[in-house]
Design a binder for this molecule. Structure first.
Ligand code: GAL
Length: 416
């Protein structure tokens, strides 16, 4: 991103502190375009409109946000940043270093963010001690979504280990049902890969190999086993998986064409938007072997420095709204995630969300709460891109051995 610095300097803007109370425009970049995502995004839009501001939707389709990030970079380089953008994890720091983000400390202090946010999350939202991002939720990534009807037809049982997963997959296959709904895009491949790494390798291995990028763990018998298990999953996907969007894979489970999907709980947003009931029409269980662990993915928004005072006011209102209890409830009911605030009642939330909240707390205590790599929470974006590419190459190339993939993975982890 340093290549954009010069252009950014040209586009440098003031951060006026005295902000008159007037209506402004707020242009917000996000990638929430699937059924459940769009319903959640509409809640953000309406909360801004209620405050009299004009919402300018800057949606760039593409699950996981890769396309959105490319578009965002070119907009900022041309000196035309939106008011806010969905940015998370270490990318928050990368953008902050460019000097283009607004400081949110005034809002954060007034709204007491430090006392209502989990520390591990609050730390990631700060740059040099100041808040530069506002969080909307906590998504759990290590889930398995299943269609109970399909399982019944196949005489299969919901798996709790990877061995059981393959037994269930085999039974589903025999019953003429696609065992695993998958979308072959590299972030989706990695979403599956990291759940296998967590389940087959354990939280300690996951952290050492994929977060700390420890060479000895990246090249190890455990990694070999993880890669082999991951590749075995592919044998239970259908031939139309390459390029498929994640929500279309979820739709296969909703309709019973497929038995299960490994995906974060934005998938629940799709089931809910389709009128399905958890525990009856669909099941949410931790990905095999990961019941006591938790891969987190926190969506957050950064604000870009703007010149216009009314638009700055709209930005500040956006930050206040995002963290407000009312918004956190209604947004997350639609999105499939849980509120990021620790002081909220979950009465209106379903059993999947309640399990997520309980497991978040328990895994934080036991040391098995880990950031998602697939969703940009763990490693610098260059490393993330490089290791995702290797994992997808291995998934797609049936001639590549697990040992060769492991070597490439270790090399990619050194990408800067
Ligand atoms: C994730 C994002 C989620 C979800 C998903 C699919 O990276 O954090 O909010 O929408 O992508 O688009």
């Amino acid at each position: 991103m340093s290549m954009i610095r010069n252009s950014l300097l040209l586009a440098a803007v003031s951060t006026a502190l005295s902000i008159p109370a007037q209506a402004g425009d707020v242009e917000v970049l996000h990638w929430w375009t699937s059924g459940g995502e769009a319903k959640a995004a509409a809640e953000l839009k309406s909360s801004m409109q209620k405050k009299g501001h004009t919402w300018k939707d800057f949606a760039v389709a593409g699950g996981g946000g890769d396309a959105a990030m490319t578009v965002l970079k070119s907009r900022v380089v041309s000196g035309n940043a939106p008011a806010a953008a969905q940015i998370k994890g270490p990318s928050i720091q990368e953008w902050a270093r460019e000097g283009v983000l607004a400081n949110m400390d005034a809002v954060a202090k007034a709204e007491k963010w430090d006392s209502v946010l989990p520390k591990v999350i609050a730390d990631g939202l700060k740059y040099k001690g100041n808040y530069v991002a506002a969080p909307v939720n906590v998504h759990r990534v290590n889930w398995l979504w299943a269609n109970p009807e399909a399982f019944k037809k196949a005489g299969a049982k919901l798996p709790t280990t990877w061995d059981e997963f393959f037994v269930a997959a085999e039974a589903l296959k025999k019953a003429g049902i696609t065992p695993v709904a998958h979308g072959g895009q590299n972030w989706q491949d990695f979403t599956t890969f990291e759940s296998v790494a967590l389940g087959a390798g354990g939280a300690e291995f996951y952290r050492k190999a994929l977060v700390q990028l420890d060479p000895g763990s990246l090249k190890s018998p455990t990694m070999l086993k993880v890669l082999e298990t991951f590749k075995k999953v592919k044998g239970y996907t259908d031939k139309n998986a390459p390029g498929r969007d994640w929500n279309l894979a979820t739709a296969m489970v909703i309709k019973g064409e497929a038995g299960m999907q490994l995906m974060g709980d934005w998938a629940k947003g799709e089931f809910i938007a389709a009128g399905k009931v958890p525990g009856k029409d669909f099941a949410c269980v931790a990905a095999p072997g990961t019941a006591k662990s938790y891969t987190y993915n926190v969506d957050s928004f950064v604000l870009f420095k703007l010149k216009d005072a009314a638009n700055q006011k709209a930005q500040q209102d956006l930050a206040v709204a995002i963290m407000g209890p009312e918004f956190q409830e209604v947004f997350n009911l639609n999105k499939g995630s849980i509120p990021v605030r620790l002081d909220m009642k979950l009465d209106k939330f379903d059993e999947c969300a309640k399990l997520s909240a309980a497991d978040f707390g328990a895994s934080a205590k036991s040391g098995s709460l880990v950031p998602s790599i697939a969703h940009g929470m763990a490693v610098p974006s260059a490393v993330e891109g490089a290791i995702k590419d290797v994992v997808s190459q291995f998934w797609n190339d049936d001639k590549m051995t697990a040992a060769a993939a492991m070597d490439k993975l270790a090399a990619a982890a050194k990408a800067k």
